[in-house]
Design a protein around this ligand. Structure first.
Ligand code: ACO
Ligand code: LMR
Length: 264
């Protein structure tokens, strides 16, 4: 019989050996001919399946809404400083990407983890928030540097509106909204942020679409796929900031002394 030579790599998402590359078994020509978009490609390469149109559209909306948030946020600031230090595109991009984490843009997975756990355990929103406080953990997906109860984040509203109209169920989102109602009763800065909106709504996408088993949902949440959406999206803006600085021929950045408190 045939003897299979041992391989050093296993790969299951794409195959470039045939006449044309396939993403999760779907040939590239079919992707183009069907008029599919980047949300569908993400569905194939990340989730290894074609998702219903409303799901891939939701993924695309997340990417569009998170593509940039001005020059002052951590990621863009790092990218701008790096580009002004004369570094190349990739260096400027990764310098910005490296700021994505638990405080900035990278709270989506934890928001999904904590909201899922609290909802599935039947915790009332106030019990969840108070239990987090007792543990000394900030609620991921809640809080913003500039958004407030009376100046909400438009991105959150747009995502929620889309899901209310298109998703079969928005139970996790509604839970997150109740969490926000409680946190806002404590302080005006504790609004739901875009990470919290995407985290809770992706739980609804995963559980409501009927496309994933319970075990697959647990794996996606545990591995942490969802920060990838912010990383991918914000790369678009960070690349734009790099080009912008180069186009403007901006000199080396040096922070002004007056803006530093020199103290012993
Ligand atoms: N849960 C509980 N309490 C919070 C939270 C939260 N998520 N966020 C802020 N607070 C409290 C702080 O403990 C602080 O209380 P104190 O004055 O009694 O100490 C008060 O609110 C003000 O906190 P600041 O540190 O001034 O808030 P800041 O503006 O620096 O923080 C941040 C903003 C980092 C987004 C914060 O709200 C946070 O850590 N949130 C959770 C992580 C998260 O969701 N990040 C994603 C943000 S969206 C994005 O980056 C695209
Ligand atoms: C962002 O998307 O970068 C923001 O929500 C963060 C900020 O402080 O504006």
């Amino acid at each position: 019989g045939k003897v299979r030579a041992p391989t050093h790599i296993i790969s299951t998402i794409s195959d470039d050996r045939g006449e044309e590359p396939c993403y999760a078994g779907v040939p590239m020509s079919s992707i183009v001919e069907q008029g599919l978009g980047v949300g569908d490609v993400i569905s194939l390469l990340w989730f290894k399946r074609s998702l219903p149109h409303y799901c891939s559209r939701f993924i695309e909306i997340c990417i569009m809404l998170c593509a940039d948030h001005g020059p002052c946020v951590s990621g863009a600031h790092n990218t701008i400083v790096t580009a002004r230090a004369g570094k190349d595109l990739v260096s400027s991009l990764v310098s910005g990407l490296l700021t994505i984490g638990p405080r900035f843009g990278g709270a989506i997975d934890d928001a999904a983890r904590y909201f899922k756990d609290a909802y599935d355990r039947g915790l009332a929103p106030y019990e969840f928030v108070e239990s987090m406080k007792k543990k000394g953990i900030r609620v991921p997906g809640i809080g913003h540097r500039i958004k407030r109860g009376d100046n909400r984040d438009k991105r959150v509203e747009l995502l929620q509106r889309f899901a209310r109209e298109q998703f079969p169920s928005v139970k996790y989102m509604e839970y997150a909204v109740q969490v926000e109602t409680y946190t806002l009763s404590k302080a005006n800065n504790l609004v739901m942020n875009v990470d919290g909106a995407i985290g809770s709504l992706f739980l609804d996408l995963l559980s409501g679409s009927g496309m994933f088993t319970k075990q697959e949902i647990d794996e996606i949440v545990e591995i942490g796929y969802l920060n990838g959406l912010f990383v991918l999206a914000r790369s678009i803006g960070l690349i734009g900031h790099t080009f912008d600085q180069k186009r403007l021929k901006q000199p080396l950045y040096r922070h002004p002394w007056e803006d530093v408190l020199y103290t012993k």
